[in-house]
Design a protein around this ligand. Structure first.
Ligand code: NAP
Length: 250
């Protein structure tokens, strides 16, 4: 997809992978709409990017806030060509037996319902336009349970199924639904994972993690026809063949 003048909505754009993605898409001429709860942080990033960026304070766990954010994107830029479900939380980190039910549900609401809200808001807009791309940032945790992360692993597995469901329902309407499994990325989330010491991922060396610019580049690549074979499925950035196709890691 030629990104010049296209509009990309990115959830969780206040730092980490989402921020890197916003800067990368803007760098190739896209309009970017940054969503996160930290209004100040996304406002600063949007100002740095310039006129083509819009910051909308939004908690993805709230349907009305996600719907309003997508409405604002359409009002400002006239379309939503790409919607990236990137917002996510690793906390609360706790064994299931000791988990605090309200906090557990809040984590699940962000990581799973947030993805549903994004898809629910984006699909009707994209159908009207005649197509679009919805990418969800998933995780290897969708396939592998890890100690202390029950809400996270369950939500990532369920979100992968949402990509498959949207693909089944909307591919004929020109909507491309894909998931990116980024591998481990040097972001605040990994800082929190390290501090928790809860499972083997916490024991990884910081130098084992890839920079957030790599998944950002993968997200751009996934908007192109080159990634069409992964519609309804996952792009796994740990795979050396995928890294070569995306152009990172050498
Ligand atoms: P991060 O640096 O902690 O950033 C998370 C982003 O999500 C922040 O911008 C945060 O902004 C936003 N967010 C959290 N809760 C939100 C909510 N309720 N509503 C709106 N935004 C919310 O983490 P990251 O590593 O970049 O993670 C991005 C995605 O990659 C997540 O889906 C994560 O599961 C996935 N991932 C990361 C890794 C890794 O190793 N880092 C590996 C696999 C998958 P606010 O706090 O301002 O709302």
């Amino acid at each position: 997809m030629e990104m010049q003048g296209k509009t990309v909505v990115i959830t969780g754009a206040s730092r980490g992978i989402g921020e890197a993605a916003a800067r990368a898409f803007a760098g190739i001429g896209a309009n970017v709409v940054l969503l996160a709860r930290s209004g100040e942080a996304i406002g600063t990033i949007a100002r740095e990017i310039g006129d083509r960026a819009l910051a909308v304070t939004c908690d993805v766990a709230s349907w009305s806030q996600v719907k309003a954010a997508v409405d604002q994107a359409v009002y400002r830029f006239g379309a939503v060509d790409v919607f990236i479900n990137n917002a996510g939380v690793i906390e609360p980190i706790s064994m299931l037996r000791a988990s605090e039910p309200e906090a557990w549900k809040k984590g699940f609401d962000t990581n799973f319902k947030g993805v549903y809200h994004g898809m629910r808001a984006a699909v009707p807009v994209m159908r009207k336009q005649g197509g679009g791309t919805i990418i969800t940032v998933g995780s290897g945790a969708a396939h592998n349970a890890l100690e202390g992360w029950s809400h996270y692993c369950a939500a990532k597995a369920a979100s992968l199924m949402l990509t498959k469901a949207v693909h089944k329902e909307e591919a004929r309407a020109g909507i491309r639904a894909l998931t990116l499994s980024p591998g481990t990325v040097a972001t605040e989330m990994q800082t929190r994972i390290k501090a928790s010491g809860v499972n083997p991922v916490s024991a990884m060396k910081w130098t084992d993690h890839i920079p957030p610019e790599w998944p950002a580049k993968a997200l751009i690549w996934m908007c192109s026809e080159e990634a069409d074979e992964f519609r309804g499925g996952e792009v796994v950035l740990n795979d050396p063949h995928i890294r070569a196709r995306v152009g990172v890691g050498h």
